[in-house]
Write a protein that binds this ligand. Structure first.
Ligand code: SIN
Length: 313
């Protein structure tokens, strides 16, 4: 009898807790609890898959905290089988910070300006997204005074073969440098410019977009604001030269760093499936969208949100 009463008391307490949450939002009823989130590493270099999360739900703060922790520890989180709407994509992204409105405004999703459309699909024979972009190593918004914290890419359609995205762990790249190189880079800043990538894609950046950016400088080595770990922060995508040096003087050091930074030991290559969500940390990774599929025949359609970050230090 005593056992039954105690069990009943526990059930009542549990019901009470659930109904308190439900008064805030009915969908929280099915949101994940701490014990249900599973985290599984996907490669030695970086990345973890998060299981048992449904992004159509209004997730508990605790679940969001676990995803954020997984991001800081693994630099990338993958959540598969998420058939979410643009509203749900934006709502999930907002749980991690303010969202950027990309300077390439002609490729923002109608009605959802927080979403940048990366796509080679056409409407009335016209591309409506950015096709075949990001196919060079870079970190998102590295050319801005406050580059992005992280990006959340949602795959709608992917080629059967090809169109992978590679990610390189810049904590590991930093750790593997000699003490001499670490010391040299510690005193250096890099000039980054959006204009460097202007003509790299089939759709060059518009004059309007170019007016919204100007060259910026950031430290060559940045400290992650959440973990305190140091990461190499130089990318061939946008780096022009070291501050206070000419391009010719900078080039030999850049050449060494670019090769070093993407050593295969530091790289994870993500093979996309439709409804994958990949959330990467721009403060510790570079990425490169591999342009090995047929832009005219294959279909690759993605939506990206970009979370605002802080000034690197
Ligand atoms: C990007 O955000 O740079 C593009 C990533 C991708 O399309 O895989």
């Amino acid at each position: 009898m005593a056992v039954t009463e105690s069990a009943e008391r526990k059930r009542k307490t549990a019901r009470g807790k659930t109904s308190r949450k439900q008064t805030k939002s009915p969908s929280r009823k099915v949101a994940m609890t701490k014990s249900q989130v599973e985290i599984k590493r996907v490669s030695p270099a970086l990345g973890a898959e998060i299981l048992n999360v449904d992004l159509r739900e209004d997730l508990l703060d605790d679940t969001i905290a676990q995803i954020r922790k997984a991001l800081v520890e693994n630099s990338l989180v993958l959540i598969r089988d998420q058939d979410i709407t643009p509203e749900q994509h934006v709502a999930f992204s907002r749980r991690f910070g303010k969202l950027e409105i990309h300077v390439l405004t002609e490729y923002l999703l109608k009605g959802h300006k927080e979403i940048l459309v990366l796509s080679n699909l056409k409407k009335n024979s016209k591309l409506f997204g950015r096709a075949g972009v990001g196919n060079y190593w870079h970190s998102d918004l590295q050319y801005m005074p406050k580059p992005s914290l992280g990006s959340i890419l949602r795959a709608h359609e992917v080629p059967e073969i090809g169109g992978d995205t590679m990610f390189a762990n810049q904590f590991l790249a930093y750790d593997a440098l000699s003490d001499g190189m670490k010391e040299l880079l510690a005193g250096l800043r890099v000039v980054h410019d959006f204009a460097k990538a202007r003509y790299r894609s089939p759709q060059p950046y518009s004059d309007k977009a170019m007016k919204k950016t100007r060259p910026v400088t950031h430290p060559a080595i940045r400290t992650h604001p959440e973990s305190g770990r140091k990461a190499l922060y130089v990318s061939p995508g946008f780096a022009l030269r070291f501050d206070g040096m000419t391009e010719e003087e900078s080039e030999p050091i850049f050449e060494f760093l670019y090769e070093h930074a993407v050593d295969p030991r530091f790289v994870y290559r993500h093979k996309w499936r439709a409804n994958d969500i990949v959330f990467w940390d721009n403060r510790s990774l570079m990425h490169n969208a591999v342009q090995d599929y047929d832009l005219q025949k294959d279909r690759r359609h993605m939506h990206r949100t970009t979370i605002s970050g802080d000034e690197p230090f």
